[in-house]
Design a protein around this ligand. Structure first.
Ligand code: TEU
Length: 538
């Protein structure tokens, strides 16, 4: 496995509409992001992942693109975007753009032409049939929408407003590749490829045995041919990295996307945790990590994340966001930055921001949640019970505005925020974090700096010594004779850990911990609640 800049990356995800509002319209924007670049750089990250900011009617917060070549008015304009890219590069950071090529907005000119008549030259740029099958979409009871004009149904894996492109059509593929080159030629450093596992569709769209198991939307034959062609015609001609959003794959299937010798994608996000593990399940998490390491190591590169703009805040979902919030946030960070793969920091994670519970469905924006709420209430279910069932995993948990200070609107906007701010901004905010040397923020800085100094955290082999332990997670990373030991007590209670013989090194040096005053030197480690330690073993 050769060393590369992207394997050594720490990526910071900016959901720009919730990051910083520079013009008081209640939405974050690119100018606002630019004004906060020094904050991001100070953290020590070297890549920024920018959620979609292309022209869009904004039904799915930018994931419904109506013009790939323009910047969304809410976000700014192309000149602002070009200045942003320049300012990112000036600070020795890189920028990867989130790109949605499985579908467009139903307002995209391509779709407006396609739907205008059955014999329009762009009819076959989308997927039309006389009758639907029984598939659901991610966001609606049916994946098919009837179109009056031509009396046919079109296919959409997500919202009605997000018709899927027909990747079987070479004209579609060429149009997408040309657009990718447009952005790469502007100097971006790669793409996060949205819903990339959905590009291929099965011949004939057979009915599903179980319409509620939506795995039928993904990973169909032909997909890897598209990714190989995408790499051959676009990616390999640039010094970039690509990360695919790849749902519902096993490690063996995931390897097909990222094996270096297959020349498709550089890395992937799999979702065996965030889509399929509703709350912390330590033994299952350890198994997932072990299986992905064994399948990919030496062949392809993985990612490490526990939250993003679709998945609720990790300290709430997988940690402790109450009495041990800071220790837990630091423990989760230690884990993600020391396990094999590129670590992703979702904005606000670095100050321990938490999930939210808004009192009314009117306070929520997420189309997925609002569609599901309407669907369930229409079945006669109690609205309050439906709301409470959807709140924990609502995507809006992670989309509340960045909490910059304890002043009005958390310093996010001088206007009315597009979505309510988490009421805990008074105590959880950047200003407080910067001023507190023991804050989560400063811990992230130390962790990221350590990763730059200790390449075992990037290229080291991985060995878990606690596969059957419910609370203690102890593993090593070893590379070129250097060995790190990570010990985590993911629990609200203290636990002790008897170091196995293989780890009772002659000399053990503590490099980083989320508690002060760690004294002991023996081979029994007394770990406090949510305590994390990184040792160098000699
Ligand atoms: O999400 C794809 C998607 O289906 C996720 O919501 C899923 O739950 C998981 O995270 C991946 O399996 C992408 C974007 O991240 C999301 O914001 C968009 O709404 C969606 O595609 C449609 O573009």
């Amino acid at each position: 496995m050769k060393k590369t800049w992207w394997k050594e990356a720490v990526v910071y995800q900016v959901y720009w509409r919730s990051f910083y509002d520079s013009d008081g319209d209640g939405y974050g924007d690119l100018q606002g992001l630019m004004e906060k670049l020094d904050y991001i750089q100070h953290l020590g990250v070297n890549v920024i992942w920018l959620n979609p900011c292309y022209q869009s009617p904004d039904k799915d917060n930018g994931y419904d693109i109506s013009d790939y070549y323009q910047i969304m008015d809410k976000a700014g304009n192309m000149k602002t975007w070009e200045t942003l890219l320049h300012e990112v590069h000036k600070r020795d950071m890189k920028l990867i753009m989130d790109l949605v090529v499985n579908h467009t907005s139903d307002q995209h000119p391509w779709f407006l032409e396609s739907r205008s008549s059955k014999d329009n030259p762009k009819r076959d740029w989308y997927i039309w049939r006389d009758k639907p099958n029984n598939w659901r979409s991610y966001f609606t009871p049916s994946a098919w929408e009837f179109d009056e004009t031509t009396g046919q149904y079109y296919f959409h894996s997500f919202a009605i407003e997000q018709p899927d492109l027909n990747w079987k059509n070479p004209e579609v593929r060429e149009a997408i590749y040309e657009m990718m080159r447009f952005w790469l030629d502007k100097g971006i450093d790669g793409f996060r490829l949205d819903a990339i596992a959905l590009l291929a569709k099965p011949d004939g769209f057979p009915d599903a045995a179980n319409p509620n198991d939506i795995r039928y939307l993904t990973n169909h034959p032909g997909l890897h041919d598209y990714l190989k062609e995408m790499n051959e015609k676009v990616f390999r001609h640039y010094d970039i990295f690509t990360v695919g959003e790849v749902a519902f794959v096993t490690p063996e299937e995931g390897l097909k996307y990222v094996a270096e010798d297959r020349q498709e994608l550089h890395t992937l996000f799999h979702f065996e945790v965030c889509d399929e593990m509703p709350s912390w399940d330590p033994l299952r998490f350890k198994q997932i990590q072990k299986r992905w390491y064994e399948a990919l190591w030496g062949k392809g590169w993985n990612s490490q994340f526990l939250n993003n703009h679709d998945h609720t805040r990790q300290v709430t979902r997988y940690g402790n966001d109450q009495e041990y919030r800071m220790e837990s946030a630091k423990l989760l960070a230690t884990m993600l930055h020391t396990l094999p793969g590129i670590p992703y920091i979702y904005q606000g994670e670095e100050i321990g921001m938490t999930g939210v519970r808004f009192p009314s469905i009117e306070d929520y924006n997420d189309i997925a949640m609002k569609n599901k709420y309407a669907e369930e209430v229409a079945k006669g279910r109690d609205p309050q019970e439906v709301l409470e069932s959807l709140q924990p995993l609502s995507r809006d948990n992670s989309r509340t505005p960045m909490q910059w200070e304890d002043s009005e609107q958390a310093g996010f906007t001088t206007g009315t925020p597009w979505i309510k701010i988490n009421p805990n901004y008074k105590t959880i905010n950047v200003k407080q974090a910067l001023a507190d040397p023991n804050s989560v923020y400063h811990y992230y800085r130390k962790l990221i700096q350590l990763r730059k100094e200790r390449l075992e955290m990037v290229y080291g082999t991985f060995c878990d010594y606690t596969e059957n332990e419910p609370y203690i997670y102890a593993y090593t990373r070893e590379w070129e004779g250097q060995r790190l030991l990570v010990v985590l007590n993911h629990c609200d209670h203290a636990n002790h850990y008897e170091l196995p013989k293989a780890l009772t090194a002659t000399n053990r040096q503590l490099l980083l911990t989320n508690y002060q005053d760690v004294q002991e030197t023996g081979n029994t480690l007394h770990m406090r609640p949510h305590e994390a330690r990184i040792y160098e073993l000699e």
